[in-house]
Design a protein around this ligand. Structure first.
Ligand SMILES: [Zn+2]
Length: 336
């Protein structure tokens, strides 16, 4: 019986080792430890063992049984819990890592907002080249060669008498070559200036210029259009004022200020204690410029305006340095 028990134990352990599926463990258990199992049938022989050998044989039988049970439990743990442990290392339901996808630049986001507002007012968006001729950038806009105003729009000159455009006004001139009044246009885009860079100035920035030409267009149309625009961007509580300003391509020329939203007009560091913020330049299109556009100033009138997109975006988001916009620093960009 001793040999049988040892043989059985050996056989059981070998069989157990070959088991790969947890479902097979139940069959193994029944086969060895069940009421009609192999071990049970060997144990039944215990009553035939001589009385004197019975205690020793009994304890050996018990040892064999416990050995098989322990090995079975160990195998269960390996087969059932093993995969779970392995799975926790590769947790399939865990959310994937963020790839850090980019998004539109705050200037582009703001420019889109500006375009949406003007399009809702019936404006058409036109675009044109960033490298311009002097004729379109200056001459046709009433800034002939040697005109002192050229100093205010100093830029970078390219071979062949070309230059980097200083405003998007040439785009409007080009658009008027193909259109007849009435027109409502906006020309958004990048412009260039030969400037020393500081918190408020960059050598390139974004503008959105607008042009309206029709019969009986007056300063009242200009003011109400720009007031409506500023209210749609900064809220209905916006208060504006207009001041005379000189621009060669308009007559009269007007600057539009907005009452400081931070201090409500009482003066603070954002508005430099003035209570007002300079928002944009505008005016009634100069008759000479209308003529240069092929429009009869006796029949038509119009207004034009120029928005500095970078500056408006900075006011909108309370940013105090224009250079952040072009730094490419993701710590800045991720805030929008
Ligand atoms: Zn203020």
């Amino acid at each position: 019986m001793r040999d049988e028990l040892e043989q059985l134990k050996k056989q059981a352990l070998t069989e157990l080792e070959q088991i790969k599926q947890p479902e097979q463990l139940k069959d193994f258990e029944i086969n060895y430890l069940g009421r009609k199992g192999k071990l049970t049938s060997v144990l039944k022989q215990l009553k035939d063992v001589p009385k004197i050998d019975r205690p020793a044989m009994g304890s050996l039988a018990n040892e064999t049984k416990q050995g098989i049970i322990q090995s079975l439990e160990l195998k269960k743990t390996q087969l059932v819990q093993g995969p779970k442990l392995a799975m926790s290392a590769i947790e399939a339901t865990w959310p994937g890592r963020d790839f850090g996808l980019g998004h539109l630049h705050p200037i582009t986001q703001f420019l889109n907002k500006v375009q949406d507002i003007f399009m809702s007012m019936g404006f058409e968006v036109v675009e044109g080249p960033e490298v311009e001729t002097q004729k379109f950038n200056f001459d046709l806009l009433n800034i002939p060669k040697n005109h002192p105003a050229r100093d205010a729009w100093d830029t970078f000159y390219v071979e062949g008498g070309l230059l980097m455009r200083t405003h998007t006004s040439p785009v409007q001139l080009r658009a008027m070559k193909k259109s007849k009044p009435p027109v409502r246009l906006i020309a958004p885009g990048r412009v260039f200036r030969n400037e020393a860079t500081d918190a408020g100035h960059e050598t390139n920035f974004y503008q959105c210029e607008g042009l309206v030409i029709d019969k009986c267009i007056t300063v009242a149309n200009l003011i109400s259009t720009l007031e409506s625009f500023l209210k749609q961007v900064f809220g209905q509580n916006v208060k504006i004022r207009v001041r005379p300003e000189y621009y060669p391509f308009v007559e009269p020329g007007l600057d539009v200020d907005m009452q400081c939203l931070i201090c409500g007009g009482s003066g603070c560091s954002v508005c430099k204690q003035r209570g007002w913020l300079e928002m944009l330049g505008s005016g009634m299109v100069h008759p000479t410029v209308l003529k240069n556009m092929g429009v009869d100033p006796a029949k038509y009138s119009g207004f034009a305006f120029g928005l500095g997109i970078d500056r408006l975006m900075m006011l909108y988001h309370s940013i105090n340095d224009i250079r952040f916009s072009y730094s490419g620093d993701s710590r800045f960009l991720e805030q929008f």
